[in-house]
Design a binder for this molecule. Structure first.
Ligand SMILES: Nc1nc2c(ncn2[C@@H]2O[C@H](COP(=O)(O)OP(=O)(O)OP(=O)(O)O)[C@@H](O)[C@H]2O)c(=O)[nH]1
Ligand SMILES: [Mg+2]
Ligand SMILES: [Zn+2]
Length: 308
């Protein structure tokens, strides 16, 4: 019996990187159940497992799943109540964004941050494509960098094309298992190739695909790094921020809204239209960013039951 980490999953088959360095294509024996959640995938990228290899050692069977430190899940679809585990045992969640070509919807950044916050995973906002920023884009970038920094998130702006600030990347990722997400075309694969040239991942020209919203990467995959640590590349924009949050609890995961909410007149205030709402006042005075409040309302609007 060997121990290892699941680095790729297609739902039925798993590639396990054994602690001895072997890569084994595994299937599952028996059923694993995660007590608190109903999931479509019993084993996810980042999971620590016990496995037995057979034949020439390139294939094996997973027989045990180690307890998880944490995990991030998404709903499988809007209709189902089943959830898919995107990744397990992660140290930080990095959202890669760009203000231009393609522009990352800020709501995506906010939903990602809420998800990370809900699972108590430290989050980082990483802007790429500094080289493409002209006047207005630079202003926009500065605004969002400052916004997320003020809220308390670690932020960084880079250009993978010119190399600006990319020297800071190994430090950002070293010694950690990081989850990486970002809308299609922001440069996730380009960055992974830079950090680990052996990966040779496919990258694509923006013009050829971003309108169709196609993703080059389809399954989450963990990439070992030449420094200590690994990065889990997740497919594109979909899937984050669709977890089931209690409506009355959603604002807990917007740190700056949570801080202000203590001063609301009613302690069950949902910060939508209640009298004496300190959050609405803070939005009106500009203390809370309008884009953040808009993302909050949008998340509250999710699903079939309103403001439950
Ligand atoms: N100008 C500019 N282009 C960049 C930069 N970083 C990446 N690109 C280009 O952006 C395009 C998309 O990059 P990818 O690395 O494939 O993007 P991705 O995030 O992996 O996209 P998906 O796999 O579809 O989710 C490629 O043509 C890259 O060469 C940058 O800093 N500046
Ligand atoms: Mg990619
Ligand atoms: Zn309120």
């Amino acid at each position: 019996m060997e121990k290892g980490t699941v680095i790729k999953s297609t739902g039925k088959h798993f590639i396990v990187l054994g602690d001895s360095g072997t890569r084994v294509l595994c299937s599952i024996k028996g059923r694993f159940r995660v007590r608190e959640i109903k999931t479509t995938n019993p084993v996810a990228v980042g999971d620590r497992v016990c496995f037995q290899s057979y034949g020439d050692g390139t294939e094996g069977i997973i027989s045990r799943l180690e307890p998880r430190d944490n995990y991030i899940i998404r709903k499988s679809s809007n209709l189902s109540h089943e959830a898919q585990i995107i990744a397990a045992n992660i140290d930080q969640a990095v959202v890669m964004a760009s203000v231009i070509n393609p522009e990352t919807p800020v709501e995506f950044i906010d939903r990602f941050l809420v998800t990370a916050q809900a699972y108590s995973v430290p989050a980082v906002v990483l802007f790429n494509k500094l080289d493409l920023c002209r006047q207005e884009d630079t202003m926009k970038l500065g605004y969002y960098m400052n916004l997320y920094k003020t809220i308390g998130y670690h932020t960084l702006a880079i250009s993978l094309t010119t190399g600006e600030n990319t020297g800071l990347l190994p430090e950002l990722f070293s010694g950690k298992i990081s989850l990486l997400a970002g809308n299609s075309g922001v440069g996730k694969s380009t960055m992974l190739n830079l950090l680990n040239p052996e990966l040779n991942l496919r990258t694509r020209e923006i013009s050829s695909y971003h309108r169709q919203g196609k993703h080059t990467t389809t399954f989450p995959e963990m990439h070992p790094m030449p420094f200590e640590g690994a990065i889990i590349d997740t497919p594109g924009i979909r899937g984050f921020g669709v977890i089931d949050l209690e409506k009355g609890e959603t604002y807990h995961f917007f740190p700056e809204i949570f801080r202000v909410a203590a001063a609301c007149r009613f302690n069950n205030c949902l910060h939508i239209s209640e009298p004496g709402c300190a959050v609405i006042s803070a939005v009106e005075s500009g203390e809370i960013a309008w884009t953040r409040y808009r993302s909050y309302i949008s998340i509250m609007d999710d699903g079939d039951s309103r403001y439950r």
